[in-house]
Design a protein around this ligand. Structure first.
Ligand code: UD1
Length: 349
């Protein structure tokens, strides 16, 4: 199969490309305009897999560029894995139009091309954010979705809806939305991991960059939640486990194992972990003490969310390989690689 990965230089996209190249015979092409990623990612993918991935620097919000500069040039594409999107919750509140414009137009243009160029399989990166502040934990795929707290969350909920409506109209089309919980960690080699531009928002890059002195403070956002230690609970899942689920999802779509041509899966570990437990796991595997501060709640954060992942483990035959300590150890290995190779905020091999 020939697979288009959008956002191939991004965090989950690049790990998924590595998994596809290591475990399948599929051909991979990427579209990434490096708006929140680095072209050197493809050097790192090559260092790990020995294979060079062709990338097109195209903005998905331009239908004409997507059609003429990619689809008309590349020939038939069997499947699309669509990661490319903006993903900072706080930024989406400040710049809602940018989020709707980018995340929704990018998806719509891809679907227009899927129609025109007869793509059969489509995987959409969704998020556990569609469940909002769910009453019961863990959440299953049948847990009702809620009105999202942020424009970012809306783009995921509406994106799912657009894809499921589109799937009803296209013959021989198979589509999935994969709802990621909190992807963390790095490739086991320590050669590829998360590197957002600017100060990170997500907990694990904040922790590793703080431990390396790249940023000056690490604040625990909220200590008065009704949880076992007062800090909020999330479901942290190793990025390589998430990546592998995409390879299994392609197989699932290819075999048309789904009873309908659109389905959703939770991609989480099934374990709820507090912020303090994450920090302690990092301290344990790194041997570093974290001088963190206790602060107020972060606006828009939910108290607790973790996955019932049984639909994915059974349906996709997904075996998780890594736990939270593996994730923190690999994230730390990646950070140490960055510390050695850092020049400005660019990564050089
Ligand atoms: C959120 C979204 C998720 C989205 C992700 C992308 C929800 C429920 N989740 O994840 O769908 O894919 O953003 O960015 O909306 N924390 C600190 N200090 C920090 C940073 C984080 O204490 O410096 C805490 C947060 O308050 C939170 C936990 O760590 O409880 C995880 O935060 P983060 O890594 O930002 O992810 P989410 O907000 O859960």
């Amino acid at each position: 199969m020939k697979i288009l990965v959008t956002g191939g230089a991004g965090y989950i996209g690049s790990h998924t490309i590595i998994d596809i190249l290591e475990n399948t015979d599929h051909e991979v092409v990427s579209i990434d305009n490096f708006s929140n990623s680095d072209p050197n990612t493809f050097d790192r993918v090559e260092a790990i897999t020995g294979k060079r991935v062709k990338n097109y620097n195209i903005d998905l919000t331009s239908y004409n560029s997507l059609k003429t500069e990619f689809f008309l040039k590349e020939g038939h594409i069997d499947g699309v894995i669509h990661f490319a999107a903006l993903k900072a919750v706080g930024e989406s509140v400040a710049k809602p139009v940018m989020y709707y414009q980018n995340n929704l137009n990018g998806l719509i243009n891809l679907l227009k091309c899927a129609q025109k160029f007869d793509v059969d399989s489509f995987i959409f990166s969704s998020s556990c954010t569609v469940y909002g502040n769910a009453e019961h934990q863990p959440v299953t795929e049948l847990t009702p979705t809620q009105i999202p707290e942020s424009p970012y969350g809306y783009t995921k909920l509406v994106g799912e809806k657009i894809l499921s409506d589109f799937a009803k109209t296209k013959k021989d089309f198979q589509a999935l939305s994969l709802r990621y919980f909190n992807p963390v960690g790095a490739h086991i080699s320590g050669l590829n991991g998360e590197l957002p531009k600017g100060r990170p928002n997500n907990l694990v890059p904040v922790v590793t960059q703080f431990a390396s002195g790249w940023i000056n403070d690490l604040v625990v956002h909220g200590t008065d939640y009704e949880t076992r230690d007062g800090t909020s609970i999330r479901d942290y899942i190793h990025v390589s486990d998430i990546a592998h689920a995409h390879v299994l999802a392609l197989e699932f779509l290819n075999k048309s194992e789904s009873e309908t041509n659109y389905d959703v899966f939770n991609l989480g570990s099934g374990n709820g972990v507090t912020v303090l437990e994450v920090l302690h796991a990092f301290e344990k595997v790194s041997g570093r003490k974290l001088d963190y501060l206790l602060g107020p709640r972060r606006e828009g954060d939910v108290e607790m969310i973790f996955a019932d992942n049984s639909k994915a483990t059974k349906g996709l035959k997904w075996d998780l390989q890594y736990g939270i300590e593996d994730a923190m150890a690999s994230a730390w290995k990646w950070q140490q690689f960055l510390n050695k190779s850092k020049s400005g905020d660019k990564v050089r091999l």
